[in-house]
Design a protein around this ligand. Structure first.
Ligand SMILES: [Zn+2]
Length: 353
């Protein structure tokens, strides 16, 4: 793409306006100032986007001096995204508005007729009149849904989806390590973007415990939610996490988890850890224990690394998938962050650095 061509510059400015309005309502003057785009161009972009129904007027500024200005915001009903989560036992479909809020959600057991069930559910939930920006499929399997969805699709992992959901609410995610602790253990770190760490589950955390990879003592084999449920005989995550009689039976798994976090935090220079997925529901007692183990495993300079729990419960993946689909196909966040790197480099170049 040639960024200096006027039509491309206009497209990029449109994306910048969408991104700026994503989390707050702003006036034309605010947008012009924040984005460094002249008022005439902002006016043209806004008029066009109002006409297309992408944004709407949401109120007026309470100006202490001068005339109040019209505030603009993303129009939630302008379009939708689909999130489809395919797990070993269950499948879920949700549809969200342009701000990522879930409008409808359905879950059904995974059976031999999964593809037919999916097609029927997607057709019903998609609606006929609404614009569909895109879909995200959360699954470790390669399942092609392109014949039933008339919009672009991305395939993402559970950790990518859960991290997207956390990032949407976070002020400063830089250098945070995200660990999805559920049936499987997965991780990602945020450095100017989400970087997933596919080998995290195979970090060797202790001596014993056979892993499907052929290794021994991998964290994914010894401390996954699936392994803990099997070892304790818990009826499910709720039972595992809230039944006080069960905690003594899996408390020892916090030790290899702390060892793994300590290694990862040091190797990746992470500043904090966020636990997502079903195990984010661990009790204060279990979290305190894990934090104490991590702090004692870290070198003196790094003892301030804190562990946080996601407040999303089990809805993180579907919320995050909706956000990831919007990021990719509506807000084009990844494209914008790549562009900002290029812009930074070219201004450094012009300044002779
Ligand atoms: Zn392994």
């Amino acid at each position: 793409m040639d960024f200096s061509r006027p039509d491309n510059a206009r497209k990029i400015n449109r994306l910048k306006v969408l991104a700026a309005l994503r989390h707050e309502n702003l006036s034309k003057a605010d947008l012009s100032r924040e984005l460094g785009i002249n008022k005439v161009s902002i006016g043209e972009i806004i008029d066009r986007m109002l006409e297309e129904g992408l944004i709407e007027e949401v109120g007026r500024t309470a100006a202490p001096s001068g005339r109040p200005a019209t505030l603009l915001g993303i129009k939630p009903s302008s379009g939708r995204s689909l999130a489809i989560e395919i797990r070993s036992k269950a499948v879920s479909v949700s549809v969200s508005d342009a701000k990522g809020r879930i409008l409808r959600f359905e879950r059904f057991p995974r059976t031999e007729s999964m593809m037919e069930d999916l097609e029927r559910t997607i057709a019903k939930m998609r609606g006929d009149d609404a614009r569909l920006y895109g879909a995200a499929v959360v699954s470790d399997e390669k399942i092609d849904l392109s014949s039933m969805i008339d919009a672009p699709i991305i395939n993402i992992s559970k950790i990518y989806a859960e991290t997207s959901s956390e990032l949407d609410r976070m002020e400063n995610p830089e250098d945070m390590l995200f660990v999805s602790w559920a049936d499987e253990i997965e991780a990602a770190i945020y450095h100017d973007g989400i970087i997933t760490l596919p080998q995290f589950a195979h970090i060797r955390a202790q001596r014993e415990g056979e892993c499907s990879c052929g290794g021994r003592g991998c964290i994914g084999a010894v401390a996954s939610g699936k392994a803990l449920i099997a070892a304790t005989g818990a009826k499910g995550y709720r039972d595992l996490l809230t039944n006080p009689a069960l905690f003594p039976l899996w408390k020892d798994a916090l030790r290899p988890m702390a060892a793994t976090l300590s290694m990862a935090v040091q190797a990746l220079s992470a500043k904090a850890v966020m636990i997502t997925g079903e195990m984010a529901g661990i009790s204060d007692e279990a979290l305190g224990h894990l934090q104490a183990l991590l702090s004692s495993a870290l070198p003196p300079k790094r003892k301030d690394v804190r562990i946080f729990r996601s407040q999303n419960k089990d809805k993180g993946a579907r919320e995050g998938a909706a956000i990831a689909a919007l990021d990719e196909f509506f807000y084009h966040t990844n494209l914008l962050s790549r562009l900002s790197v290029i812009e930074r480099m070219s201004s450094d170049f012009q300044n002779g650095i």
